[in-house]
Every structure is written in C-alpha cells, then in structure tokens.
Design a binder for this molecule. Sequence first.
Ligand code: OSB
Ligand code: MG
Length: 380
Amino acid sequence: MPEPSQTPLEQHNIPLLERIDFVTVKLPFVHPFGTSVQTWTHKEALLLRLESGGYVAWSECVADPDPFYLSETTSTVRHIMRDFLLPLIEPGATIGEVMQKFRHVRGHEMAKATVENALLVWFALQRGVALHALLGWPAKKIMSGISIGLRDTQTELLDAVESAVAKKYHRVKMKIMKGKDVEWVRAVRERFPDLQLMVDANGDYTLDDAAHLQKLDAFALTMIEQPLSYSDIYQHALLQDRLRTPLCLDESLHTFDDVTTAIALDACRVINIKQGRVGGLLESIRIARYAMEHGIGVWSGGMDETGIGRAVNIHLQTADGFSLPGDTSETLNYFTEDIVEQPVVLDRHGFIDVPPGPGLGITVDPQLLMKYMIHSERVR
Ligand code: OSB
Ligand code: MG
C-alpha cells in the first residue's frame, strides 16, 4: 500500500513544549455502563495537557484503567507516552514527521492518539481556528446516536430506548450478550418498529453461534457490531457470508491495514472508527476516505468520554466518509456534571452542533477538574 501524500496539515511545525502534565480524573456515570466484557460504574480518564506559547491544549486518552475492552490501560499509556512517544517530539519537526516516528513504536494506538490529539488542538488554538477547520472540513450538524448498556430487565431496557426515542436520537444501539440477545432485541423491535436499531456484542460469540445470530436477521437491524473475538477478522468474514444483516467491526480494527484486510475479506460492511483505537485523527480520516471509496459506511464510536474526548469525536465527524450516526450522545446521558463548561445537547431534530471557537471549542472548568482529579504528574 503506497503511503498517502502528506497534506499541508501534516507540515505544521511542532513548538517547544514548555510544560506537559498527565492528569487523571474519575467521574461517576449516571447509570453503570454494562457490556458483555465489563460493567463500568465510573469513567476514569487520563488527560494530557500541553502548554506552549501561552496556549494550553488538552486531550483525553480513551483507554480504561483495565484491559477489558482492549489491552491498553491508563497505566500503559502513561508509560508509553512518557518513555517513548513524548521524547520523539522535536521542536521544529512537522506533525507528519512526528507521526512517522511514532510508527517505530508498535501498537499502543491509544497512546499515540492522545499525543496527536493534543498537538493538533495546540495548532488549532495557535492559529485561532476550530479543530475541524484545521483538519480541512467546514462545520456541520452532527447526527446523534446513543449506546444503551446492558440492563437487568427488558422493562428497564425498553424505558431507556423510549427516552432515547423521545429525545430524537437518530439511531439506538443496544448492547447484547449471550442470554440477553434475540428476545431482548425482539422486545425492542416490537415496541419501536421504525427505529434505526443496532446491537453491539463486544466479541461475546463464536462462529459456533452463527445459527443463533442468524435469528437477528428478522429484526431489520442496521448492523451487528463486533459479534466475534476482539482479535479476529477472518471469522467475521465467514459469519458475514451467513447473515443478511451488515456486520460492523470495532475492536478488531487498529490500523489502516486492518481496515484494508477487513474490506478485502468482506468481513464487515460498516466500520466503527474510534479515533483513539486507530491511533488518532489523521489515521481516522485516511480510513474514512478509503472506506467511503469502497462503499463501506463509517461512523464515529465513543468510549464514554468526558467532554474533551467527546468534542474530538464531534469535530472528526465533519470529515468526509462519516455517513452514519455515531455513538455521540448528550453529556447528561453519561454524567450529571462534566469537567468541561459546554455540555453536548441535541437540538429538537436530534442533531449536535460542533462547539464554535478555536481548538475544540470547549473550556475545561478548573474547579470541576480539581473536584474529579485523582492523580496528576508533571512530565516536563
Ligand atoms: O464497544 O463501542 C463499544 C464504551 C466503552 C467501551 C466500548 C464501547 C463503548 C460504547 C459507548 O459503546 C459509546 C459511547 O457512548 O461513548
Ligand atoms: Mg463496540
């Protein structure tokens, strides 16, 4: 695969980073977030703060403190950033050169994305432009989507779907797992016949479950996300061959190369891009363009981020190729109180505005940051 030509964006020069801090915050969720792999009661997020020339750029790492979604954790990310990635940044180098050097570090996409995000936000602030404009796209209204975690009863699930429908979310995703699948989907579909509905299994099934998963074809789901292992692509292709419902990959895709493999094998017809999982915004944009050229739908996933990470996902969705509603829901769906001042809200048609202003268009509230901070470390 030839390397793409460097865009002007990749030629911005890196400043001397005067001050670098890692800050960890821990916020309680409004409702525990249940998946087939883990139930999270809190969002623990590692933040990176870069300061240079009077501009302060924040970014948020998508890793959890545990390795249950993917292998990176907040601790591995701190280690890789401190000991390997940050030392590769030389003042005067271009962002393209830095990202090229990052390829020397294998894997650790979430760590790479955290550093890249912060550098791009710093450039946007310094130039006085919004992040989406720095990336090359005009502002537009972003489609909304909600990811509803596993519930104890079908009644609770139906209540959660009902309030999402009332808010005009463009599509609803429900988590499934073995034992909470076909009948639970049937209950939702019977009550909401026209809803854009999809499911996410976070890898709970194997190919032996293909006949069982075929029962989901009856419910006009827009897609089934990551039914099989987090490390598989090939068996998803075998499964896709046996299903009418499009498959969507999440955990299995970490790089542009993974995406070309998945598309070549017809392992999925839709791609969930989490910018943190694929190593950052520039890789996300390359993937979205490639997918679009191959007729594959793309949407932005989420990791239950605080307002910092959610703003990044919103800016990214102005890019070409993001044709489907993503996992971008209102702040109040996650937290009663966030660390940023501007909450994400839906308008009466279910759309989300890109926060206006330079950089991410959001401001970190120093008092709330202190309130939820559990750790901080000055790196430079
Ligand atoms: O599989 O998409 C997932 C959250 C944490 C880990 C994995 C996943 C999710 C979500 C939440 O589904 C998406 C969001 O609302 O941010
Ligand atoms: Mg998923």
